[in-house]
Design a protein around this ligand. Structure first.
Ligand SMILES: [Zn+2]
Length: 688
């Protein structure tokens, strides 16, 4: 072995303090050779399993696959933690080079015929293998993954599938770049006199955007969501709102090189073809077959019910806004570019809420304590801060133990924004839980982008930020409490319409009075939030939900209809969108949250194609699951918490999500609690 490789700390096991990666010894130049070596090792392991002359057994095939690739997992987990939370030019360069290598590696695994024939043999005789329930589930998961990747197809079909995947990948990249290009090329340059209605923070942002774009002394509104939505909310200049809004909804539909409509038609046709090759009638059938929802019909049933009620609710909201226009002496009909502006006015008139009044009650340190306290009361967990050498001084670690004092996990919180960190918030892991190669406990991270305070000042969160902290901590618990044998099933490795249940559910405890009274204390006075303020804060959460529901659900319905086409070869995207919106009676004052020509969830990558419904599906689950606690009269009912622990938070992907949910709740979820949460419960479905 060459000495350079011997010294590469990324290739050794983590035997140091707290079993953490040796962060202080890691340098960017170690990653590429470590990836090359780990990929080659894993490939050799896979080839050896596939070429084993012995007949396939669970042990020599499935368990062997589960034991393999550990070096690659270690290298990749450290790398992607850094690429997300503390990146650099060097890391980004390595990322561009390594991502296609990893994709190719995965294709080579799932299209390996010799390996698949061993898995198929095992699957065919699964009833005679004396497998326990978890082993049977792992075997079924491997078999399904290989089948859904095309492992069982003949060579010409596999070749066609590979060509389709490659073409879809490049169209997806082009789609995203076109949207970005349309966003970049629009800037509405304004003078001081054009700013009527804009609050100070919006003026400052528009001023900064103007400086950045070479218009010193002026103001610029861009098509970034934070810029345009703020302008639409506050600007009293109806002419300017209309101009900006029209540009916003036309992204990807402006003709010329950045027009996405023909790309969409090709992508939808390719997806339909791929689904047919794999034996499905259309892409939505293919996509949903391996989700909790299972069928487009199940999704449609939920969306149609919510949609009908939201139409009724939104008609009431529209009436309130039109009345406000009349009161002001406006002689016009409410238009899409008016909705946010009049909604903001109504919100202020009705609730009189000021962000500056709220924030001092949500100190970061207290909200971390609140999240820990909730986990203690529900699951008996304790959190002890530990000194750990991590990748950045802002990242902190806690040792997590259970009620018997046993080690459960190491939890790392990395809360503050910095230039080296990607935007957003996420949960990830340096190591997943498993018992196959020993009692391996997880190392779980939460990464957020809260504003860092000046030295000596407390870090303060908005109410939305506090929700984000609880959300990511819910994902974190799903990883930390994981209790499975096989790594494939660990923690958050569940279908995408189930994975947001533990996170969205956890947010409910932030609004539990006992938690707020104990932890939402004013940064200066230490006093809890006055009841009246808390009531106003919570009351705004059903305000304007008709609009929000319509804006979202229209997208989910159009997504489902588009990807249910069996043959999309003659698709005209503009006609399709218009006709489908007519079919569902889309209110003319509201535009889809994402129109098709810039719907990146569906076409930039495609992770949410025929899957945009997932957000609402998970919301049905989380609202229904929290109602299980409410029905007992206690948000911390021990028996309910134990079932939640056993069947959801610790269960990983040990069983089908619908079965897991039923075991927790005693029945499948209903949409009742979601309708209540969104204020739609009294809204009768509107006939259409
Ligand atoms: Zn989430």
């Amino acid at each position: 072995m060459p000495s350079a490789e011997m010294q590469n700390p990324l290739l050794s096991e983590w035997t140091g303090a707290l079993e953490l990666p040796p962060f202080e010894a890691i340098r960017p130049e170690f990653f590429r050779p470590a990836f090359d070596r780990a990929l080659a090792d894993h490939r050799a392991e896979i080839d050896a399993i596939a070429a084993n002359p012995a007949a396939a057994s669970f042990e020599n095939t499935i368990a062997a696959l589960e034991r393999g690739g550990r070096a690659l997992e270690r290298v990749a987990s450290v790398f992607f933690v850094l690429a997300g939370a503390d990146t650099s030019d060097e890391i980004e360069t390595i990322e561009r080079a390594v991502s296609p290598l990893l994709a190719r590696h995965s294709n080579a695994l799932y299209l390996n015929r010799a390996l698949f024939s061993r898995i198929a043999d095992l699957y065919a005789q699964r009833g005679a293998l004396s497998l326990d329930a978890e082993q049977a589930r792992v075997l079924e998961r491997y078999h399904t993954r290989f089948i859904r990747s095309g492992a069982a197809l003949d060579q010409p079909a596999q070749d066609r599938l590979a060509a389709i995947n490659e073409r879809l990948a490049s169209l997806g990249t082009q789609f995203g770049q076109n949207v970005l290009s349309d966003e970049k090329s629009f800037a509405m340059v304004l003078e001081e006199g054009d700013l009527a209605g804009l609050p100070d923070f919006a003026r400052a942002a528009a001023r900064a955007a103007a400086d950045e774009r070479g218009h010193p002394g002026k103001y610029v509104v861009t098509l970034a969501r934070s810029s345009i939505e703020t302008f639409l909310q506050f600007s009293s200049r109806r002419d300017l709102r209309e101009k900006a809004f029209q540009a916003w909804i036309a992204r990807g539909e402006n003709g010329g090189a950045t027009d996405n409509r023909t790309l969409i038609a090709e992508m939808v046709a390719l997806r339909a073809e791929r689904a047919r090759l794999l034996g499905f009638a259309n892409f939505a059938d293919y996509r949903l077959d391996d989700q909790m929802a299972k069928t487009p019909q199940a999704v449609r049933k939920l969306l149609d019910d919510v949609w009908g009620r939201a139409l009724t609710k939104v008609a009431v909201e529209r009436g309130g806004l039109q009345a406000m226009i009349a009161e002001e002496g406006g002689n016009f009909t409410l238009a899409p570019h008016d909705w946010r502006y009049y909604t903001e006015k109504l919100r202020k008139a009705r609730y009189d809420l000021d962000e500056a009044e709220i924030k001092p009650y949500f100190q970061l340190e207290k909200m971390i304590e609140a999240a820990f306290d909730t986990a203690h009361r529900l699951f008996g967990l304790s959190f002890e801060p530990v000194d750990a050498a991590l990748y950045h001084p802002d990242a902190r670690a806690w040792n997590v133990t259970d009620a018997q004092g046993r080690h459960v996990a190491l939890f790392i919180g990395d809360y503050f924004a910095r230039p080296s960190k990607h935007s957003g918030a996420w949960m990830t892991a340096l190591r997943d839980q498993e018992r196959l190669t020993g009692d391996i406990r997880p190392i779980v991270l939460n990464v957020c982008n809260f504003s860092k305070p000046a030295p000596g000042e407390p870090a303060l969160l908005s109410f939305d930020d506090a929700h984000t902290l609880f959300h990511e901590f819910g994902h974190g618990l799903h990883g930390m409490l994981s209790d499975v044998t096989y790594p494939l099933l660990a923690g958050t490795a569940v279908p995408s319409d189930f994975v947001e249940l533990p996170s969205q559910l956890y947010e409910h405890w932030l609004e539990v009075p006992e938690i707020l009274e104990k932890h939402a204390l004013h940064a200066r006075t230490g006093e809890p939030m006055p009841k009246a303020l808390l009531d106003r804060l919570l009351a705004t959460r059903t305000f304007n939900q008709g609009f929000a529901t319509i804006e979202y659900t229209a997208c989910a319905l159009v997504d489902l209809d588009l990807h249910s086409l069996a043959d999309a070869s003659a698709l005209d995207v503009a006609d399709f969108e218009r006709e489908d919106l007519e079919r569902i009676a889309m209110p003319p004052e509201i535009v889809m949250r994402h129109r098709l020509p810039h719907f990146q969830h569906l076409f930039s990558g495609g992770g949410y194609a025929a899957g945009y419904y997932s957000y609402m599906w998970s919301e049905v689950l989380d609202a229904d699951a929290f109602a299980a606690f409410e029905e007992t009269g206690s948000a911390f009912d021990p028996a309910t918490a134990k079932r939640l622990h056993d069947y959801v938070y610790s269960a990983g992907n040990r069983r089908d999500p619908a079965d897991a949910y039923k075991a927790f709740r005693g029945r499948l979820p209903t949409a009742d609690a979601l309708l209540k949460k969104r204020g739609l419960v009294d809204a009768a479905p509107s006939p259409r």
